[in-house]
Structure formats: structure tokens, C-alpha cells
Design a protein around this ligand. Structure first.
Ligand SMILES: [Cu+2]
Length: 957
């Protein structure tokens, strides 16, 4: 007999793991249905819990002490049997504790564990429950329980076992701490009274569960399933207490005891014979007097019907729970097989997901294809306030061919700047984030901007913490500010020095709010400035505080892969658009200033020669943030499609039009459908750019509206005096944040986006289409796997593939309970032309070409029908002022001058007889600087089927 408080279990293990020393055979135990003695079960909760506690302790102890050594000596069947048997108590305890831990963690902090879909959860749960019940009922076949009522299912017993979880937890904890519980013989019959103390463990757990359940409401971590789980657990804890209370109320008994319901009591997972065995007394045989002789139950027709129904229900449940998941998996396997077939790829293309190694993953808000063939991904702080506070600003350079990745030291927070290419191939990046927004609930005190005027002839620097007063209330500056001296203008007039300063109220009260223009006192001023510095303010409020812009400006040097400082912007800008003009100058438009106010129309120019920015008061024009601007063929006009992302009132600057930057004149462009849905829409030049047509697709209402549109309109800006938007085929789904990438074959790939604001309600679109401007049709392509909503970008790679990245959902689930995370996966699309049987290839081309002149290109493979120069993308927030495809004149070298058969840029004949051919072809770049601004391009040639070659980098001087 082993030393244990559940001597039967411990003994039987020792015994089953031993062998008969004489024969070497294992000992066997034999089941006999004869009742040798009858035992009584506990009749009060107190006794029941005492018994459960002892059994649990015994099982835990047995595992810790005997099982490890005995396990290997057992037969295979013995191992399985005892593992299942002994695992019950500790596993019930562990799952109870883990469950409570999970609930508490989520309801207090919102932290979730592994997330599976409801369907998968249901499948796992049903399978586990059916297995559990299956084993249970299978074992019950051997049940000998003369006191169990005929037909009892044992459900009451199971419920009571479940209610004992807090007892099992205590037992496991004691066993682990090697506390020796006293051997308490379970008292039988109603001999010990129940009182509230019996339920102390239950009450403690119940209090915890109810507590976190209540706390989850103000904390905002309410989830239907989690709450239901918590309620169920609390009910399990409190039900026996309630039963007792109810009993006291209605049937007071002198002993305070209460008979438990018949529960077919036995240890779960084991057949009753163990209990019988335990109570076997001496050599008594046969049933005690008055007991019916024990025989195996013979199933009657009703019982058989019931069993059949139970089995049927279980099978139905398993099929119903597993079916959809199995079908889903099968569907995916079939689709995966299908999409890997050559003919599928040739028709729809092919997607593959690329995961950067962990150290390089970043929130790619900005993406640009460099003339080295590598991709620059800029996150800056990546829309993460913690990273901003920590000064963690990131960029990487990734090689899409070799996969090599390099971290680029990023000097300032370039998150939400704008970018444009310079003629030398360097990327100019200007603007960024000076401070993150503060939402209403984060604003506890009035704050805003004060305007300072200096009439003194000396400048003045006011340190952080300078105080200003208004109506006896104090405000403090949060930044150092340099106030220039008053000075004389060339015409002799006096000009005061002016500067702005951000202040915060000393107290949190509403009395600090100043909405109308007021004069503020400045008690900290040095004596010589007193009376000569004036402070006024009108907008010190407790409103939400926008992101604040930065005046950063850098050239990203492609050769050294480093940021090179340039002169600062004249205005701080957050969400500006940069667009290249003639001579490599770059115009910066719109943005939020250093105090988060949208710029009223201050635009400025970058001169690549001096590397400085200059304010352009003559080009004063207002746009919402990130306006989509397209430089037109004449070089002086810029088309504003109406697309924009981010900020600005709904009623200002939303009208599409043509802006002449030579004289700041403006011409409205009308006809746009769903014109109030322009925010986060996509717009792009239809290829080739010579057509001067721009398309606009999708978009949402201003702000965080869930509404978006299927609208697809195209405007032809060439020739007409009053160009108008005309309808193109509707997009298959309402969409915002759609990514538009123009392919070398003149089609435009439209991919990703979401229907709702930032992918809310799981509205990411797994939908990719290809628009053909020649036929005006939208064709479905292979769907993208990764959802791409806010802060997503896409660009064309030199080899003809399309790279997509970024996505910044507000929430991680449809119920909007968990905060979303930035998607760092890259997904790459190979368009159908990459699966063509044959592709042309450029074997020789000059690196330097110029506008209006011809150059020769050696081509291998098939005949050349067309050629394109593709300007590499520099894209963020659906805004890309660079992307354009320029058609080149093609003349096969073998084709005599003046012959009818050469392909022209304006879509002339496709390679008529005799005039196409591999070998050497002569290509001509259009003359207009507005069509082909200086800089680096990828050059491709296409065969008569429209299959493009891999690209060659060429520089247009
Ligand atoms: Cu943004």
C-alpha cells in the first residue's frame, strides 16, 4: 500500500507497474460487478468539498510523487489510463486559473491572447466537448451504482464537479507547495452543517470575476464572448451558495445541512468500481441484505433509442462544427492549387507575401523606388506616439531582387512629409511630425498659440516656461521662441519682429479657455523689452490638438543611401504634397503648420542648386492636405484631381481644377461624380502620359466616415477648353485607400483599399483589378491576400512586378475592441505579362538620353512594337506626383526613314509587315519637359502582344 491520502489510486499504480517476481508477468486487476459493500456519499456541500479536496490532493500528490517513476513501468494501456485519470484534477485547476487570468487580463487591460475566428473556436470547443462526453459515457457503461437512479445521466454530477474547480485549485496549490493535507475521512450522511465559510474559495473567485466584469465597463474592455464567459464562471462559483441560501430561505433545517442531489457521484474519468473497491470490506461477498443483486444493465429499446439519439446529436454537432472549417480549408487548398497553375497566372497574375526579417520590419508609410533599383521605405515614428516620444525614427532600403536590407539612420521624424524626385535621382523629402495629435480625452487643459510682436530694435529669446497672463490666469510656454528685432524696411517703414508661441494653461479649468482675441500680459520680459513686446491670442482652447508639422528637409542620396540636410522649409508642414516643376525645382503645397493649423495657402519652392526653400507669396493657394497634383504637358499647368488625404474643412479646396503656376490662375474642372467623396481616393495619369487623361477612383467622405464610393471618373485634359470628368466603369466595391500602379503595358493595377474608414468592420478589400485605358474596361486580377487600408502604398518594380506595403487599421477586429497594428508585410504581384511564353529583353541601351532626341536600343527575343519610359514612384497616402508612363516613338533600325510601318507614340500602327524586328531599334523621347521631366526612368520595350521587357535604368537629362 502506497503512502497517500488517496491510497487506492496510488496503490493501484504501484501495483500495476509491478510484476510478479515469479512469472515476470504484470499484475492484472479484474472487474467484478458484484457489490461487496455499499458506501454512502457525502450529503452536504461541506462534506462534498472536503471529499473533492482530498481526492484532488491525492491525485496531484500521486502525479508529483509516484507517477513519474511508475509511469515507465506501466503497460501502454496503463499509461493512457492513469494519465487520463490523474490529469483530471490538475487540468481542471489549471484551466480554471488560466481562464480567470485571461478574463482578468482582457477586461482590465484589453490585452487579448491568441485570436482565432469564431468558427475555429466553435470547432475546437465542440470537438473537445464531444470527446470529453464520449469518454465519459463510454466509461459509464461499466457503472455499478445501485443508488443512482435509473436513467440518471450524471449531468448533475458533472455540474457539481465543475463547481468544485476552486477546490481543485486550492488542492493543486497545496500539492505544489508540498503542503500535507490532513487525511479527512469524508463524513457520510448529513452530519456536518453547511455555512457560508464552506464557500470561502467560491466567494473569493466569484468576487474577483464580478469585480473585473464591473471594472471592464468603465475601462471599455467589453467583449460579448469574454463577458459571457466571466458571467458563466461567476455563476459556477456562486450557484452552490445560492442553492444554500435558497434552501435556508425556504426550508430551514435544524442541522443547517442539506442533502445534495443524487449525482451519480464518482471521480470523473473513472468507473465506479474504484469506489466500490475502496469500500470493499473483508471477505464479504454478494449484495448486502435488502440490495438487489447487481447485474449489468441490459439496454431496453427506449434506452437504445436514447443512446442512438445522443450519438446522432454528437455526430451532427461534430459535422456542423467541423464542416465549415474543413470546407474552408479545402477551398483554400483548391484555390492555392488553382492560383499556382500557369494558365491562371497568365490570366490573373500571381501574389506572394514577403516578410522582412524582424529587425527590419517597419511601418512603411512612405515608399519610393530609387534609381539603384532598391526601395526606400520611410516610417519615421510610423504613426506610433511611443516611438515618437522615444525618438525612434526609421527608414530602410530594401533590394527587391536580392532581398538585402539596410537600416538608414533617420535624423528627424519624416513621418507624414512629402517627397519628389530631383533631376539627379535624389529624393527630396520635406515636412514631417513635430508633435503627435492630442485627442479630446487627452487634452486636460486649455492650450493654443499666442502671437508676439516686438517693437524693440533688439531680438529676444523667450525660454521654455515663460509665463503669460490673461484675466489673472497664467499660461506657460512649452517651447523656446526667438522673437526677431523690429527693423526698417527698404522703403523706410518700420517692421515689427513677429513670432508665435504655444502655451498651456496653468490650471485645468474652463476659465482658461480664450476664444476671442485678447491681449496677454508678459511679466517675465526683460526690462528693456517691457512695453515694446505685445502678446495677443485668440485660440487657447481645450479642443483636440492636431498633429504639428515639422520644417525638416532632406535629400536622400541614392549613391550613399543617407539623408543629407538641406535648408529648412519656410513653413512647417505635416501632410504636404511635393511636386517637381521645371529645372528640377520642387513646389511644396499645403500641410499643417507647427501648431497643427492647416496652412491657408502658403506654398514654397525648392531650388536644387542652392538647396534652399523660398516662400512663394505669388503662388498663394489653398489645398486640403496631401492634394493629388499632376504636372501637365505644357509644364506650367498643374492638375488637381480633387483627391486628397487627411485634413481641411469639407467646404474649402475640394474643387478639382487646373492651376497655372506661371501666374497662379485657376480653372475649375467640372463633371466629377460623388464630388464630396474625394478624401483618400486614388488618382493617376492614364498611360501613356501623352494622352493627358487622369482617372479618379473611390474615396470617402471627409473625416472618419464609414462611407466610400465606387465612383470611377476620367477627365481628358488635352485639347478641350473646358475639360470635364466623364464616368468610367464603376469600381466593383465602394473603396477608399485604393492603390493605383501604372504598369508598363499602359494598364493600371488597382489593388487593396478598404470600404470603411481605416479598414473598420473588417472592410479590407481582397480585390485587385486591372484597368485598360484603351478599352475602358476593368478586369479582375488575382486577389491580394494582405488587406491594405490607411497608410498603404504600392509601386512598380523595374522587373515589372508590383510591390504593396503598409496598412494601418484602427482596430484589429470587427467588434472594434482591440487596437489595430500596422501591417509590416510586403506583398508582391506578378502581372499576367510576366507569365508570357516569351518576353523581349533589352541587351544594350545608353544610360544617358535627352528630350527630343533618339537613341538606339539592342533588343533580343521578339519584335518591338512599343517602348515606355516609366518614372519611378514616390508614394504616400495615395499621393504620388511622380508616377507616369511616357510613350517613345519606335522605329526599327531596319525600317527605312519615311516608311509607313513604324509605331508612334500616339498609338499608331502596331508593327506592320516588315518594319518590326528584333535587333536594334531607335527610340525617340518627346520634346516637352512637362511630359518627361529630368530624372531617372526605367525603360521598357514591348512586343506586339503588349508583353514588356524587364527595365533598364536611363537618365533623362
Ligand atoms: Cu497619415
Amino acid at each position: 500500500m502506497a503512502d497517500s491520502i488517496t491510497e487506492d489510486a496510488a496503490t493501484s499504480i504501484v501495483w500495476h507497474s509491478a510484476r510478479n517476481p515469479e512469472t515476470g508477468a504484470r499484475w492484472k486487476s479484474v472487474y467484478t460487478p458484484d457489490v461487496l459493500a455499499v458506501g454512502e456519499g457525502p450529503a452536504t456541500w461541506r462534506d462534498f468539498f472536503t471529499q473533492q479536496h482530498r481526492w484532488a490532493c491525492g491525485a496531484d500528490q500521486t502525479i508529483l510523487r509516484h507517477f513519474r517513476t511508475s509511469f515507465w513501468k506501466l503497460s501502454w494501456a496503463g499509461r493512457a489510463h492513469y494519465t487520463m485519470l490523474l490529469a483530471y484534477y490538475p487540468s481542471a485547476a489549471i484551466s480554471w486559473v488560466l481562464g480567470a487570468l485571461n478574463l482578468t487580463a482582457f477586461m482590465l487591460t484589453g490585452v487579448g491572447g491568441l485570436v482565432v475566428t469564431a468558427q475555429v473556436w466553435l470547432m475546437l470547443y465542440v470537438n473537445s466537448a464531444v470527446l470529453h462526453l464520449g469518454v465519459y459515457f463510454w466509461n459509464r457503461r461499466h457503472n455499478v451504482s445501485p443508488h443512482e437512479q435509473e436513467g440518471s445521466s450524471g449531468v448533475a454530477g458533472m455540474a457539481m464537479s465543475a463547481m468544485s474547480a476552486p477546490v481543485y485549485v486550492q488542492a493543486l496549490s497545496q500539492a505544489l507547495r508540498q503542503r500535507e493535507p490532513a487525511f479527512v475521512v469524508t463524513r457520510k450522511g448529513a452530519v456536518s452543517g453547511d455555512h457560508l465559510g464552506v464557500f470561502r474559495r467560491h466567494l473569493a473567485w466569484g468576487a474577483l470575476l464580478v469585480g473585473v466584469l464591473v471594472a471592464s465597463v468603465p475601462l471599455g474592455h467589453v467583449h460579448v464572448a469574454v463577458s459571457a464567459w466571466a458571467v458563466l464562471s461567476a455563476v459556477m462559483c456562486l450557484f452552490p451558495v445560492a442553492l444554500l441560501a435558497g434552501h435556508h430561505l425556504h426550508r430551514p433545517s435544524p442541522s443547517g445541512g442539506r442533502h445534495l442531489p443524487d449525482r451519480g457521484q464518482h471521480r470523473p474519468g473513472t468507473a465506479r468500481h474504484r469506489s466500490c473497491g475502496r469500500r470493499r470490506t473483508g471477505a464479504a461477498r454478494g449484495p448486502p441484505a435488502g440490495e438487489p443483486p447487481m447485474t449489468r444493465r441490459v439496454a431496453g429499446p427506449l434506452r437504445r433509442l436514447r443512446n442512438a439519439a445522443l450519438v446522432g446529436a454528437a455526430v451532427t454537432g461534430v459535422v456542423a462544427a467541423n464542416g465549415p472549417v474543413v470546407v474552408d480549408v479545402a477551398d483554400r487548398l483548391v484555390y492555392d492549387f488553382e492560383r499556382n497553375q500557369q494558365d491562371y497566372k497568365q490570366q490573373y497574375g500571381f501574389w506572394e507575401t514577403v516578410e522582412l526579417s524582424e529587425e527590419y520590419r517597419l511601418s512603411a508609410v512612405h515608399a519610393a523606388l530609387l534609381s539603384s533599383g532598391k526601395v526606400l521605405l520611410i516610417a519615421g515614428s510610423g504613426n506610433n506616439a511611443e516611438r515618437f516620444e522615444a525618438g525612434t525614427f526609421r527608414s530602410i532600403v530594401w533590394d527587391p531582387v536580392t532581398g538585402d536590407t539596410k537600416e538608414v539612420p533617420t535624423p528627424e521624424d519624416l513621418f507624414c512629409g512629402g517627397h519628389a524626385y530631383l533631376p539627379n535621382g535624389n529624393l527630396l523629402i520635406a515636412g514631417g511630425t513635430r508633435r503627435y495629435e492630442r485627442l479630446d480625452e487627452q487634452v486636460d487643459r486649455a492650450a493654443g498659440v499666442l502671437s508676439l510682436t516686438n517693437e524693440h530694435d533688439e531680438p529676444l529669446t523667450l525660454p521654455v516656461g515663460t509665463t503669460f497672463t490673461n484675466g489673472g490666469l497664467t499660461y506657460t510656454s512649452t517651447e523656446e521662441v526667438r522673437l526677431p528685432a523690429a527693423h526698417e524696411m527698404p522703403d523706410g517703414s518700420a517692421m515689427d519682429g513677429v513670432a508665435d508661441v504655444w502655451v498651456e494653461a496653468e490650471g485645468t479649468g474652463d476659465e482658461y479657455v480664450v476664444e476671442e482675441e485678447r491681449t496677454f500680459g508678459a511679466p517675465d520680459l526683460p526690462a528693456e523689452h517691457r512695453g515694446e513686446v505685445h502678446v495677443r491670442g485668440a485660440g487657447v482652447t481645450k479642443d483636440k490638438q492636431n498633429f504639428q508639422g515639422l520644417d525638416a528637409s532632406y535629400e536622400f542620396d541614392v549613391a550613399t543611401e543617407t539623408y543629407r540636410r538641406t535648408g529648412r522649409l519656410d513653413e512647417a508642414r505635416w501632410y504636404p504634397t511635393l511636386i517637381g516643376l521645371d529645372g528640377g525645382r520642387v513646389l511644396a503645397v499645403s500641410g499643417l503648420d507647427e501648431y497643427g493649423r492647416i496652412l491657408p495657402g502658403d506654398n514654397e519652392l525648392y531650388d536644387p542648386a542652392t538647396r534652399t526653400w523660398t516662400d512663394q507669396p505669388d503662388l498663394f493657394r489653398y489645398f486640403p492636405t496631401f492634394p493629388a497634383l499632376f504636372r501637365l504637358a505644357d509644364g506650367r499647368r498643374v492638375f488637381y484631381s480633387g483627391s486628397n488625404t487627411g485634413y481641411g474643412p469639407a467646404e474649402a479646396g475640394r474643387q478639382p481644377g487646373i492651376w497655372d503656376v506661371s501666374d497662379n490662375s485657376w480653372q475649375d474642372v467640372h463633371g466629377l461624380e460623388d464630388a464630396e467623396y474625394n478624401e483618400t481616393s486614388a488618382s493617376f495619369f492614364l498611360a501613356p502620359v501623352q494622352d493627358q487623361r487622369v482617372g479618379i477612383v473611390g474615396g470617402g467622405l471627409v473625416g472618419d466616415s464609414p462611407e466610400s464610393t465606387t465612383r470611377f471618373n476620367v477627365v481628358d485634359l488635352d485639347g478641350s477648353v473646358a475639360p470635364r470628368y466623364e464616368p468610367a466603369p464603376d469600381y466593383p466595391s465602394p473603396v477608399r485607400y485604393l492603390n493605383a500602379v501604372t504598369l508598363p503595358d499602359d494598364t493600371t493595377l488597382l489593388t487593396g483599399g478598404s470600404e470603411d474608414y481605416r479598414g473598420n468592420e473588417e472592410s479590407d478589400l481582397h480585390l485587385t483589378t486591372i484597368y485598360d485605358p484603351e478599352t475602358g474596361t476593368l478586369d479582375e486580377a488575382a486577389p491580394n491576400f494582405v488587406g491594405r487600408n490607411y497608410h498603404a502604398t504600392a509601386l512598380l518594380l523595374p522587373d515589372g512586378r508590383v510591390m504593396t506595403m503598409g496598412s494601418d487599421p484602427l482596430f484589429a477586429d470587427a467588434e472594434e475592441t482591440r487596437t489595430g497594428t500596422f501591417d509590416t508585410r510586403i506583398e508582391i504581384y506578378s502581372p499576367p505579362y510576366l507569365f508570357a511564353d516569351e518576353r523581349p529583353a533589352i541587351t544594350g541601351a545608353p544610360e544617358e538620353i535627352s528630350r527630343g532626341s533618339s537613341f538606339s536600343v539592342d533588343v533580343e527575343g521578339t519584335e518591338v512594337a512599343e517602348a515606355r519610359l516609366l518614372r519611378p514612384s514616390a508614394v504616400t497616402h495615395q499621393t504620388d506626383t511622380e508616377q507616369r508612363s511616357v510613350a517613345l516613338d519606335v522605329r526599327p533600325a531596319s525600317c527605312p526613314e519615311g516608311a509607313s510601318g513604324h509605331t508612334t507614340a500616339d498609338g499608331g500602327a502596331h508593327c506592320p509587315d516588315g518594319c518590326c524586328g528584333s535587333g536594334t531599334v531607335e527610340l525617340t523621347v518627346p520634346e516637352e519637359e512637362g511630359l518627361t521631366p529630368s530624372g531617372w526612368y526605367t525603360l521598357v520595350v514591348l512586343d506586339s502582344d503588349g508583353v514588356p521587357s524587364p527595365a533598364r535604368w536611363v537618365h533623362v537629362a
